[in-house]
Design a protein around this ligand. Sequence first.
Ligand SMILES: Nc1ncnc2c1ncn2[C@@H]1O[C@H](COP(=O)(O)OP(=O)(O)OP(=O)(O)O)[C@@H](O)[C@H]1O
Ligand SMILES: [Mg+2]
Length: 439
Amino acid sequence: MDRSTPIQVQGLNHSYGKGELKKQILFDVSVNIRQGEIVIVTGPSGSGKTTLLTLVGALRSAQEGSVQILGEELRDARPSTLEKVRRQIGFIFQQHNLLGALPSLHNVELGVRASGKFPRSEHRKRAREMLGAVGLGERMNHRPDQLSGGQRQRVAIARALASEPAMVLADEPTASLDKQSGREVVDRMKVLAKEHGATILLVTHDNRILDIADRIVHLEDGCLSTFTDAVIANNHHMMQMLADNRQKQPIEQVVDQLNENEFRELLEEITGESERFLEATALANNVAFRSMLDRGLFAFTRKLGLLLNAERSSLFLVDGDELVLKVSENLEAMGEIRIPLGSGIAGAVAMSGEAIRIDDAYSDSRFNRDVDKRTGFHTRSILSLPVKNTDGEVFAVAQLLNRKDGHPFNADDERRFASFMQSIGVIFQTQLDLGAADR
Ligand SMILES: Nc1ncnc2c1ncn2[C@@H]1O[C@H](COP(=O)(O)OP(=O)(O)OP(=O)(O)O)[C@@H](O)[C@H]1O
Ligand SMILES: [Mg+2]
């Protein structure tokens, strides 16, 4: 048995109830977690996260499949084996099972003693130190019923971590903690994992702590998916949100039907959502997410073109010392278009960071006729804008070609275009960050 992988779950099924009331909760769940690894489980309420945790923690017996924990097979295991495994695990569960008659200090001390890992003389010292670490230095002599819910939870956390267990199973450990205590708790867990080699499996909805994970897995309807799949599920959620109260349609169509104000609201919504999403996925480089964003960017860029009455709209991303055309009509047919920074109108915008408005492209020496040649399009007027990141660096250029009414773009078009570009800056930024992470 592989000791460097303390959690090995294979083909796990689990049902509650019997006969007609039997309901399957987990379906063919498989996951391996290495020593020292921190894995976060996300997923909607009722998806089976706690059930999975109790099976891994030997608190419930596995019915089908294989659950090997800390070198022991738990399926059909004897009670003594389950007990042995449980003793090596620090549990942080919602019902924290503190002993009501004992002060915090004794509750934590008992946890240290039960692990059997430390000499008697160290028990109290460890308990004190850990209670201090979770911010309860002043509450050591209070009994659970004299503490708030969040404080009780912190006692339970201190008890779980004080014995430096080989494994920590935590179910929403930061749920009732404020930001700072939540952070301290997860930082402790990180030390335990990285310095003491503990394996940590954590269920959380708390986006603020996702960054401690080496890996995030996602449970939905009892099926565990990889991070990539989870991202797709999340994207789906994001797209669904966009389509809220509207018929199920591809995002392109949804966007096409919005008036300017609705579109602006939608941009704000998706910008917020993608910020959160970026936070949640900061660890990952992800192809699925990018392809979704490509579709989103395409839809938005096209919508901008429509709102501003342009015949074409496109988006270039700065890539080293080149611009890459990312969004345009018939992009696939054109193949990849790269323009050196400083060449052409978009290149000039990227270099100077200033918008350029041109009434007659062919009379401007900076205009590059190559793209027209390749696409058969005839460019007349151009409105080209820099898109800047929070440091003020240009990372993209958005461009509109030809007003449909034949007039050149005016200052009002420029102002509206600029204000839209600002609100979707975050999405572009996300796109770029993930792109960079991929390379
Ligand atoms: N002891 C039980 N007997 C019968 N059904 C149960 C039992 N425990 C949980 N369930 C059911 O199993 C499903 C999964 O529950 P579980 O507690 O694992 O979900 P969860 O993902 O932890 O949800 P939450 O995010 O709300 O904590 C739910 O439909 C729940 O009602
Ligand atoms: Mg739960």
